[in-house]
Ligand binder design. Structure first.
Ligand code: ATP
Ligand code: MG
Length: 259
């Protein structure tokens, strides 16, 4: 069975979202399978974060339908999305510098024993997810302020693994990172795929996208503007879909798939 014959973990159909007069998304489709990294690319303002917020239950579409595991779902809140297995790292990581790694992983959903916070159990499962991610963070007790930018991103990604998600959404995880830290974060993204999750990776960086994605979905002015196999797509073709230019030599045979 090929990837496309399986039921997608998440499928978005005809998603439309307006902010007043701005059409942030128009009739957008997106689907992701288990064991698949789908890169969502596009210029500033193309609608990437808006789409991510809809899968995450932060925003609701004006029109369109979202299916998870083949069933139509309503995602009225981040809690609802999380309960259905969607975990998201937003563009601002929302971590707390003064707390350690474990406390950040469990921020807002601390484990409790009968009478008190269960620090032992939280630390144990924090170590487990760091191990699953093959993270090189030395200790689950390290304060966040002692970690590098790449390690903080790793904590934000590890945080998504608490609660057994199926779909991970990463909004620009390497945006502010050095080359070395970027490489480390990309190995974590590959690890998420190895664990069987479906990953939506939003990125501006074509090198990152080509390094880890299986498929590239382009948004332009809030519309689908191309689907590419990451292994074979040429940089020029993807860039042309992002900018709206017609690539040289392809003026008669567009590869773009209409949304
Ligand atoms: N809360 C909001 N209110 C009004 N307009 C918004 C809001 N959020 C996004 N927009 C607009 O919707 C469009 C899509 O924005 P979005 O943030 O999804 O783009 P993006 O592809 O994530 O861009 P970037 O690469 O800069 O992060 C933009 O025109 C943006 O200004
Ligand atoms: Mg964005």
């Amino acid at each position: 069975m090929t990837a496309d014959q399986r039921v997608p973990l998440v499928a978005m159909h005809g998603i439309t979202k307006r902010f007043g007069a701005i059409e942030a998304l128009v009739d957008v489709d997106l689907h992701v399978h288990a064991h698949e990294v789908v890169a969502l690319v596009g210029d500033n303002g193309a609608g990437k974060s808006t789409l991510a917020k809809m899968i995450s239950g932060v925003l609701q579409p004006d029109a369109g339908m979202i299916e998870i595991g083949g069933e139509e779902v309503a995602l009225p809140s981040p809690q609802a999305a999380h309960a259905l297995g969607v975990a998201t790292v937003f563009q601002d990581l929302a971590l707390c510098d003064n707390l350690d790694v474990t406390a950040n992983l469990y921020l807002g959903r601390e484990l409790r024993s009968r009478f008190a916070r269960d620090d032992g159990r939280m630390e144990e499962s924090a170590r487990r997810v760091l191990r699953e991610l093959k993270s090189r963070i030395p200790s689950a007790r390290t304060p966040l302020r002692n970690l590098s930018a790449g390690q903080r991103q790793a904590v934000a990604i590890a945080r998504t693994l608490i609660g057994n998600p199926r779909i991970i959404v990463l909004d620009e995880p390497t945006g502010a990172l050095s080359v070395a830290h970027t490489a480390e974060v990309l190995t974590h993204v590959q690890r998420l795929r190895d664990l069987g999750l479906g990953v939506i990776l939003i990125s501006h960086n074509m090198n990152d996208v080509r390094a880890v994605a299986d498929r590239i979905e382009v948004l332009r002015h809030g519309r689908n503007n191309g689907t590419f196999d990451a292994a074979t797509a040429s940089y020029e073709d993807v860039l042309a879909a992002i900018t709206g230019a017609v690539p040289l030599g392809r003026r008669t045979s567009s590869r773009h798939i209409a949304g």
